[in-house]
Ligand binder design. Structure first.
Ligand SMILES: Cc1nc(NNC(=O)[C@H](CC2CCCC2)CN(O)CO)c(F)c(N2CCN3CCOC[C@@H]3C2)n1
Ligand code: NI
Length: 189
């Protein structure tokens, strides 16, 4: 299983965190299948308060392969339900070779700003992202999916896809005015 010690940090030398990750070919190797499982398992365990405590995991709703120093276009996303009636996650999948094929002009941002398991410090400021996106990706079976996402899952997927391009959340924060956001930005979370 993936532990915090396996997650590379932005202040470490010689990691792939700032590289543009390689496309993944199908069928996945055994190793790539195991990586996909491990990335998703991290999120599931980290979202269980007791288990997160037991294994010392920071909670996560997304985890990209470059964060465990594997420069491949693969990321697990697990956005839990926001409806106590129904605990079906809003979005749960391992997205491989993801491409954003369209995006809203309107921007969205988390009111609290963002963090990252690969960044050990709090960096204040809004991270403006597209509020709605159409995402094309392959799943671990190699099936292609085209999904329209908005608000929270759209933000999470954009954060993860950034990792596959060597981009970190604070690259998007306005240096002069961290709490500036484009006109019409939707804030939530
Ligand atoms: C928003 C949020 N970010 C958490 N952490 N950061 C991450 O996931 C980083 C990725 C997210 C940062 C902003 C957008 C994507 C990891 N990243 O670095 C991967 O690239 C959370 F943990 C979290 N939640 C809400 C849901 N809750 C369910 C119950 O369990 C606790 C969990 C906490 N929400
Ligand atoms: Ni991150």
């Amino acid at each position: 299983m993936i532990l915090m010690k396996d997650i590379v940090r932005d202040d470490q030398e010689g990691t792939v965190l700032r590289d543009y990750a390689a496309k993944v070919s199908f069928p996945l190797t055994e190793e790539e299948q195991q990586l996909a499982k491990d990335l998703m398992e991290y999120l599931e365990i980290s979202q269980d308060e007791e288990l997160a405590e037991k294994y010392g995991l920071r909670a996560g709703v997304g985890l990209a392969a470059p964060q465990v120093n594997v420069s491949k276009q693969m990321a697990a996303v697990l956005v839990p339900s926001d409806d106590e009636e129904d605990d079906t996650p809003i979005f749960k999948d391992v997205i491989i070779n993801p491409v954003i094929i369209s995006e809203s002009v309107q921007m969205g941002a988390l009111t609290e700003g963002e963090g990252c398991l690969s960044v050990d410090r709090d960096i204040a400021g809004y991270v403006p992202r597209h509020d709605r996106i159409t995402l094309k990706y392959q799943d671990v079976q190699g099936e292609t999916h085209k999904v329209r996402l908005k608000h929270y899952p759209a933000i999470v997927c954009q954060h993860e896809i950034d990792h596959l391009h060597g981009v970190l959340f604070y690259d998007h924060i306005n240096k002069d005015n961290p709490f500036e956001a484009p006109e019409g930005t939707v804030f939530f979370g």
